[in-house]
Design a protein around this ligand. Structure first.
Ligand code: PLP
Ligand code: COI
Length: 342
């Protein structure tokens, strides 16, 4: 710790990785009951039954959002209510007791407030907020756990993709899928992520940053980029895959759509054939962690396409500038998206 109580963090070298902070929030709830009073505690390991639903059957979900220092000196969150609502929808899909919106927001606020010294200086990164909801009660049969835990921890983070703003190279997978109709792709179920690790590592070992997943029915339409939503631009029209239940409804996705529309762009939510994307003028992916990341190259089978000469695409750049200005209150927040952590 430094003399003024700030953590010894090299803010200029932050990556998207875990750093232990001071405090975390925790609440529990028996199945069928209402959530009890949550409480803040020092960051610590959990004590769980080996039969806990989450570690046996993956009954759990997570959320992700960022707290940042803003130009007005405050610490701000971006659209946290949307995360609260998505976690509620996910809880229902996974048979867990949803956390009421107000409680979710209060937990986020308290956790950010009590870890405020870990919020990076403006523009150097963000405090990533990770709410978890999972079946902590013991259960042997495949059924909803008898108890749930809601927990929020935080970690200061830098860019999600190595290389920061440098456009990423992505590989379209013909072998792996992320989600199938009727499954859990549309919610942030923890179980959606482990199956993507090996494909992602395989792509990384060959110089790609991530996988682009195609739909599991036609093996043809773009769904998502690992843990971010996909966009492409052709002849000035911005397209993103429509939400069919297999794609995560990203908060950044919805923000980028509104922002682009307000700038006069035509936006289409539609099926995006991988061949259409390969012919596009520009592609990018968006998410809380990824923000807006330009895609420099996509490989699909024998085809390798480079966009914008490998430079950051102009529309990705324009939207990135506008979005991050709003998020850090460097520009008027015309949509009312930022929320001050009091
Ligand atoms: N898609 C997946 C699979 C994700 O895990 C995420 C990350 O949250 C996103 C998209 C982007 O969503 P958001 O913008 O809400 O962070
Ligand atoms: C996010 O963007 O918040 C994510 O959840 C991405 C990831 C680290 C899983």
């Amino acid at each position: 710790m430094t003399e003024d109580g700030l953590p010894e963090v090299d803010w200029d070298s932050l990556t998207f990785s875990f750093t232990e902070t001071d405090r975390m929030y925790m609440a529990t709830c028996k199945q069928g009951d209402d959530w009890g009073q949550g409480k803040m505690q020092d960051f610590q390991n959990l004590s769980l039954s080996p039969a806990a639903g989450v570690i046996n059957y993956g009954q759990g979900l997570f959320e992700g959002m960022k707290a940042q220092h803003a130009a007005d000196g405050s610490i701000v969150l971006f659209r946290p209510l949307d995360n609260a609502r998505r976690s509620r929808d996910g809880a229902r899909r996974l048979g867990m007791t949803p956390v009421p919106e107000e409680m979710f927001l209060d937990a986020i606020m308290q956790t950010v407030r009590e870890n405020s010294r870990w919020v990076p200086p403006m523009g150097k990164g963000a405090l990533y907020v990770r709410p978890l909801l999972f079946g902590s009660g013991a259960i042997l049969g495949v059924a909803p756990a008898p108890e749930y835990t809601f927990l929020v921890y935080v970690s200061p983070v830098g860019p999600y993709f190595k290389g920061g703003i440098t456009p990423t190279s992505l590989r379209v997978s013909d072998e792996f899928h992320r989600a199938a109709p009727g499954g859990s792709g549309g919610v942030k179920a923890i179980g959606n992520y482990a199956p993507g690790m090996v494909p992602s590592q395989m792509a990384k070992s060959e110089g790609y940053s991530e996988i682009i997943y195609l739909d599991a029915v036609n093996h043809r339409y773009i769904e998502e980029v690992g843990a971010a939503n996909f966009f492409c631009v052709k002849n000035g029209v911005i397209s993103t895959p429509e939400l069919t239940g297999t794609i995560l409804p990203g908060v950044t996705r919805s923000s980028v759509m509104q922002l682009a529309e307000s700038k006069g762009y035509e936006i289409k939510e539609e099926k995006i054939d991988v061949d259409y994307a390969l012919e596009a003028d520009e592609c990018f992916c968006v998410g809380t962690a990824a923000v807006i990341s330009s895609i420099g190259k996509i490989e699909h089978g024998e085809r390798v396409v480079e966009y914008c000469g490998g430079d950051v695409g102009p529309i990705a750049m324009e939207l990135y500038e506008s979005l991050t200005k709003i998020q850090q209150r460097r520009a008027p927040d015309q949509f009312g998206w930022t929320v001050t952590v009091e």
